[in-house]
Design a protein around this ligand. Structure first.
Ligand code: NAP
Length: 312
C-alpha cells in the first residue's frame, strides 16, 4: 500500500484528487488537521513520511514543499512551478512513446497545465508528421469554467447574486501574452514560436474548450481528412483520448459544442473541423478532470506501477 500526502488537500484540485483516491485499497491517504495545513513543520512531517506527495498549491508554496520534503518523498506537482524544469518529468502520458516510462521512473513529476494539454495533444503530432511547420506561428483560443482559477475565482463568481453573476458572462484575460502556461505550450508542442494565446473564463463551474484555428496553407494544404487521420492514428491506442469523427457531428447539439461535455470524466475529445481552406482543431475536457485531478491520479498510478485507469 502506498502512502500519499496531498499538500493543499482542501483546495479545489486537492479535493478532487482526494475524492478519486478515497476508498482505494492500494492507497493510504495521510492528511493534516485544518489548523495545521499551512504549518511548515507539520507539512514537513508528512512530506517526509509519504511515498508520494501530491502538491495542489500555488507555485511558491509548491517550491517550498519540494524543499521541505528534502528528497525523501517522490513528488507529483499540480502547480506551474516545475513544468519546464529539466529535472522533472512532464506528466502527460500521451505525449510520446517514452512518456510513461519517464513518469514511472521519475522522482519528480509535474502535472501538466489545463490549457496546455489540449494545445499540445492537438499540435505536436501534426508538427511531428510534417504537416505543420515548427516555425509557423500558432494561435490558441480557449474557454474555461471559473473553477480553473481555484478558490479565489470560485468565490468571486459565487459571491454574486445570480443576476449580478450574469454580468460576469465570459471574460477574456492574459491579453499581455505573459500567461504562465505559455512556456510549457512552447516546450512540449514542438513549435518554435511562442503561441498567440487568448484564454477566456466564463460563468459556469468547470469544463473547457481549447481551439487552434489554422489556414490550410499553414498545413501544407492538407485537407481536414488528412489532419484527422494523423490524430486518429496517433491516439488510436489511448484510452483517455477520443478523436471524434471528422467535423465531430456526434458531439454537437444543434451545431453548438458544449464545453462541459467531458465533465466528471478523464476523457479528452479531440476534433478536426472546417473546410478545405480553414481548419479548426479543438480539444474538450474537464479542467478538473483530465485537466488537473484526473491527470494527477493517472500519473500517480503510473508512478506506482498500478493500472493506469484505477480510480478513473
Ligand atoms: N483549478 C484548476 O482547474 C487547475 C488545473 C490545473 C492545475 N491547477 C494548479 O493546481 C494548483 C492548485 O490549484 P487549485 O485550483 O486547487 O487552487 P486553490 O483552490 O486555491 O487551492 C490551493 C490550496 O492551497 C492552499 N495553500 C496556499 N498556500 C499554502 C501553503 N503555504 N501551505 C499549505 N497550503 C497552502 C490554499 O489554502 P487557502 O485557500 O486557505 O489559501 C488552498 O487550499 C495551482 O498551482 C493551479 O495552478 C489548477
Amino acid at each position: 500500500m502506498a502512502t500519499i500526502f496531498i499538500d493543499g488537500q482542501v483546495g479545489t484540485t486537492g479535493i478532487e484528487i482526494s475524492e478519486r483516491l478515497r476508498g482505494r485499497a492500494d492507497i493510504e491517504l495521510i492528511s493534516l488537521a485544518n489548523d495545521e495545513r499551512k504549518s511548515p513543520s507539520a507539512r514537513t512531517r508528512l512530506l517526509q513520511q509519504a511515498d508520494v506527495a501530491i502538491l495542489c498549491l500555488p507555485d511558491d508554496a509548491a517550491v517550498e514543499s519540494v524543499a521541505l520534503a528534502d528528497g525523501k518523498a517522490r513528488i507529483l506537482d499540480a502547480s506551474t512551478a516545475h513544468r519546464t524544469h529539466p529535472d522533472w518529468a512532464y506528466g502527460l502520458p500521451e505525449l510520446s512513446p517514452t512518456a510513461r516510462e519517464e513518469i514511472a521512473n521519475a522522482q519528480f513529476v509535474s502535472n501538466p497545465g489545463c490549457y496546455p494539454q489540449g494545445f499540445i495533444l492537438l499540435t505536436r503530432p501534426l508538427i511531428q508528421a510534417g504537416l505543420l511547420s515548427a516555425s509557423t506561428p500558432l494561435r490558441c483560443h480557449a474557454l474555461s469554467g471559473y473553477s480553473g482559477g481555484g478558490r479565489q475565482m470560485i468565490e468571486k463568481f459565487r459571491d454574486f447574486s445570480p443576476s449580478q453573476a450574469d454580468t460576469l458572462g465570459v471574460q477574456s484575460y492574459a491579453h499581455g501574452q505573459q500567461h504562465k502556461h505559455l512556456p510549457e505550450m512552447l516546450k512540449y508542442s514542438g513549435t518554435t514560436v511562442q503561441p498567440l494565446f487568448t484564454p477566456n473564463v466564463a460563468n459556469y463551474y468547470k469544463g473547457m474548450l481549447v481551439q487552434v484555428p489554422l489556414f490550410a496553407t499553414e498545413l501544407n494544404n492538407a485537407s481536414p481528412a488528412q489532419v484527422h487521420e494523423v490524430l486518429s492514428q496517433r491516439y488510436a491506442d489511448e484510452a483517455f483520448i477520443n478523436v471524434a469523427s471528422l467535423d465531430a457531428e456526434e458531439l454537437m447539439d444543434g451545431g453548438f459544442l458544449n464545453p462541459t461535455g467531458c465533465n466528471d470524466s478523464n476523457r479528452i475529445d479531440l476534433m478536426v473541423m472546417g473546410d478545405t481552406q480553414r481548419i479548426i482543431l479543438c480539444a474538450r475536457y474537464d479542467n478538473l478532470g483530465k485537466g488537473a485531478a484526473g491527470a494527477a491520479v493517472q500519473n500517480l498510478n503510473i508512478m506506482l506501477g498500478i493500472k493506469e485507469s484505477s480510480g478513473l
